[in-house]
Design a binder for this molecule. Structure first.
Ligand SMILES: C[S@@+](CC[C@H](N)C(=O)[O-])C[C@H]1O[C@@H](n2cnc3c(N)ncnc32)[C@H](O)[C@@H]1O
Length: 253
């Protein structure tokens, strides 16, 4: 068997379509985060950490947009990291680390990043861990570097409308599944488990995320994240992008 997954591009495509069913504006939020990266690097190729990066979606878009960028993808999912590894090859660094352990930083081969970006991931961690993690992330940034987190972060002043927006989004998602326009999360994992190369990594994954009970699904309003970023020592913290009940918050070191 090849050392690499040979059809990583196909899995990238199907992962994107599976994620797009949850976030039709996924590319828009990535674009907003990369605009902020461009703004703080003044044309120099960024050094970027794609945190809980899964298949390396953000890292790959960074390489496409900024020739010469240096990217690192950190995650602990062996399946998604196998896809990221095959897609990046020598164009980036892969780090296998658990963000619930503060020692994750010791696994990095560099620090002083221009940007740490993360998407749809930190709601897998409990609140108190996210707050502490924000301080740890700040430490791996250079002064003036940015951290951005795009995730489910409702607007606190719109509790009723947020519920309706979520219900509307659920309806659209179900319609996509019914029409075969996208693969559901569960079905995507079934497809991957049927792949010769990835099957044994799925077994490993199921030990890390038993029964897929991975997520605390704790999704506080954006204001919670802004407070946590300020407490963690970021000099500026604010909302960079908003789409419905999702937002990207940013902190400047
Ligand atoms: C929904 S995926 C998003 C992946 C990627 N950021 C994207 O937008 O496509 C959530 C990711 O968070 C990662 N993750 C969750 N908890 C983690 C932890 N404790 N340590 C490292 N990665 C974690 C998962 O393995 C998974 O790859």
């Amino acid at each position: 068997m090849s050392a690499y997954l040979t059809n990583a591009d196909i899995y990238q495509e199907s992962w994107d379509r599976q994620q797009l069913a949850f976030m039709p504006d996924r590319e828009e939020r990535f674009g907003a985060m990369l605009n902020a990266v461009a703004a703080v690097t003044d044309g120099a190729p960024p050094r970027l950490l794609d945190l809980a990066g899964g298949t390396g979606s953000i890292a790959l878009r960074t390489l496409a947009r900024f020739p010469g960028a240096r990217v690192t993808v950190l995650d602990q999912d062996p399946v998604l990291l196998a896809i990221a590894t095959a897609s990046l090859r020598e164009r980036g660094t892969i780090v296998d680390a658990d963000l619930s352990d503060p020692a994750w930083r010791s696994k990095l081969s560099e620090d002083g990043f221009d940007a740490v970006l993360t998407a749809t991931a930190l709601h897998w961690l409990p609140a108190e861990r996210v707050a502490t993690l924000y301080g740890e992330i700040r430490e791996v940034l250079r002064p003036g570097g940015i951290f951005a987190n795009a995730d489910h972060m409702p607007e606190e002043s719109l509790p009723g409308l947020s519920e309706r927006l979520r219900s509307y989004a659920r309806g659209r998602r179900d319609a996509r599944y019914a029409a075969g326009a996208a693969t559901s999360w569960t079905d995507w994992w079934k497809l991957v488990a049927a792949d010769d190369f990835l099957a044994e990594k799925v077994v490993e994954r199921n030990r890390i995320y038993p029964l897929d009970h991975h997520s605390t699904e704790w999704t506080p309003p954006a204001i919670w994240h802004l407070d946590a970023l300020r407490v963690a020592g970021f000099t500026e913290a604010g909302v960079l992008w908003r789409g419905g009940t999702d937002a990207a918050v940013v902190g400047v070191r």
